[in-house]
Design a protein. Structure first.
Length: 507
């Protein structure tokens, strides 16, 4: 007797994570139709992925710290060649950002539906409206760094998946997502330890997971960096690096960083946040604690970043993205909940409930359209323009390397002078580890203290994005070096001597 064949519920599948992920991938793929360029930290992740396949991992000569989360992806992608690896990682980064925005939408709608149904508002419109606004606000926050291939969208998506599973009571899966998020930023680990402490007493059966998770996270951060640099704690000082073209208003100023968490939110989100706080407290009185818990998570995250800044780390506003996403969810929830009293008041005045709902919803949707046109679209256009310039610079960088005799000749000439914005890209194009770059100034400033006496110097004589021209011409030229190649806006200077101590420029 045969058992009945199981059928796949395609509607449920498409509405769940697989379908949302597929839709996010499609949107990301559409954005890849325009020129793109992986930049800065993300290029180091690609370098390290390639080095792992060649058993040449070198994390000790870059100016960014090891980050475990992207490495499994970049390692696999490197097997398909350099060009494909760049495209695949950029697709992954942008997919994660769109997916994070969808999760923001889903959480806002979930909170709104739970809050409004008990007071007789059964329409999905308020939740959809609040969720859409919050999703667009999230994209506004993330779009700049996502355009460069950063992993902030990835981190945020994992955090929100962990939040959803924790709300559903699926704590084991929440731990998996939460500890995975810890592989990108340290702040989630502190939050996960608070969650783990609660679970230790609430769910004794999960204690082995509560021990294994932090151990795995710490090992993933320290052991590869130990192998690649000889120092498992190398990241302890890189967070405080102040390079000659990179200083931030929040450096060493925790109060200013706390201010950044709120003032760098989209204005509409900032104005709606008090509504969300009131709505979260109202729900807490009714023993619906998820919104107020999310607010607490956001404020704790802000406090953790402020504490790190007080210890001397760089004041980078992007460290607040996780907190800002949670604040945006609370703000979107506040807007959605506000629809309830307005609709009830109009209904009491004699207007049908459907019409009473339509007025505030349409008003909010109009405001959302204005935000998309006046705020989000210009930011996307700005990122698109910068990406086109970066992509052109990447292409001509390959050409100028070939004009200088090719990667082997450039490498044979000696170290490559540090060029802060393009360091990892030059190493990537040369097919080398970052040890090909000169390094004698120490972690506080690899360029400033170095007397660059011989080797190759790459200079790019155009401004890119919002950076002025002089931010791109800081690479040192060896005394007596000759101009050996010029392609587009790139110029290569060389003074070739025997390079005995590879990776260290002689003084």
């Amino acid at each position: 007797m045969t058992s009945p064949r199981k059928t796949i519920n395609w509607t449920r599948l498409l509405r769940g994570e697989p379908g949302l992920l597929a839709g996010s991938t499609l949107l990301a793929a559409i954005t890849m139709m325009w020129p793109f360029s992986v930049r800065s930290d993300a290029v180091y992740w690609m370098l390290w992925g390639r080095e792992l396949t060649q058993f040449t991992l070198d994390t000790g000569t870059g100016w960014t710290s090891w980050k475990p989360l992207p490495i499994p992806f970049t390692t696999v992608y490197s097997l398909f060649g350099d060009s494909a690896a760049s495209a695949l990682w950029m697709l992954t980064s942008r997919t994660a950002t769109f997916f994070a925005a969808v999760l923001v939408f889903r959480l806002v709608r979930r909170f709104a539906d739970q809050a409004l149904k008990p007071i007789g508002i059964v329409s999905i419109l308020p939740g959809v409206m609040g969720g859409l606004m919050a999703a667009l606000w999230t994209l506004r926050v993330l779009v700049g760094f996502t355009a460069l291939g950063y992993a902030e969208g990835f981190t945020l998506a994992l955090v929100l998946l962990a939040v959803e599973r924790a709300i559903d009571g699926k704590h084991k899966i929440a731990l998996v997502f939460g500890f995975a998020a810890c592989l990108s930023r340290p702040e989630p680990l502190a939050l996960m330890m608070i969650y783990a402490l609660w679970l230790w007493f609430k769910q004794p059966a999960l204690r082995k997971w509560l021990v294994a998770g932090p151990v795995f996270v710490v090992a993933a951060w320290l052991i590869p960096d130990w192998i690649g640099s000889g120092d498992p704690l190398r990241a302890r000082y890189l967070g405080g690096v102040k390079r000659i073209d990179m200083s931030y208003p929040g450096d060493g100023k925790p109060l200013r960083m706390i201010k950044f968490a709120f003032t760098t939110l989209p204005n509409m989100a900032l104005y709606a946040l008090p509504l969300g706080v009131v709505a979260a407290l109202w729900q807490a009185k009714k023993e619906r604690l998820a919104p107020v818990a999310l607010l607490g998570l956001a404020l704790t995250w802000v406090g953790l970043v402020a504490f790190e800044t007080a210890q001397g780390t760089n004041g980078l506003p992007r460290y607040m993205f996780g907190a800002q996403a949670c604040l945006i969810i609370v703000a979107g929830f506040g807007v959605a909940v506000l629809v309830g009293p307005i609709a009830k008041a109009l209904n009491s005045a004699g207007m049908p409930l459907e019409g009473a709902l339509a007025i505030p919803v349409l008003t909010a949707m109009l405001a959302t359209g204005v935000f998309a046109q006046k705020v989000l679209y210009p930011r996307v256009a700005q990122a698109k323009s910068a990406q086109a310039k970066f992509a052109e610079a990447d292409a001509t960088l390959t050409d100028v390397i070939n004009a200088a005799g090719g990667p082997k000749k450039v490498i044979a000439c000696g170290p490559v002078s540090r060029f802060a914005l393009f360091d990892p890209t030059i190493a990537w194009k040369l097919g080398e580890t970052s040890s090909v770059l000169s390094y004698g100034g120490g972690p506080d400033d690899p360029n400033l203290d170095v007397q660059f006496k011989y080797g190759s110097t790459f200079r790019l004589y155009i401004p890119i994005g919002r950076r002025p021209l002089d931010a791109h011409i800081r690479s040192r030229i060896a005394p007596g070096a000759k101009r050996v190649a010029e392609v587009g806006d790139w110029v290569v200077y060389q003074r070739c001597l025997k390079w005995r101590n590879r990776g260290t420029a002689k003084k």
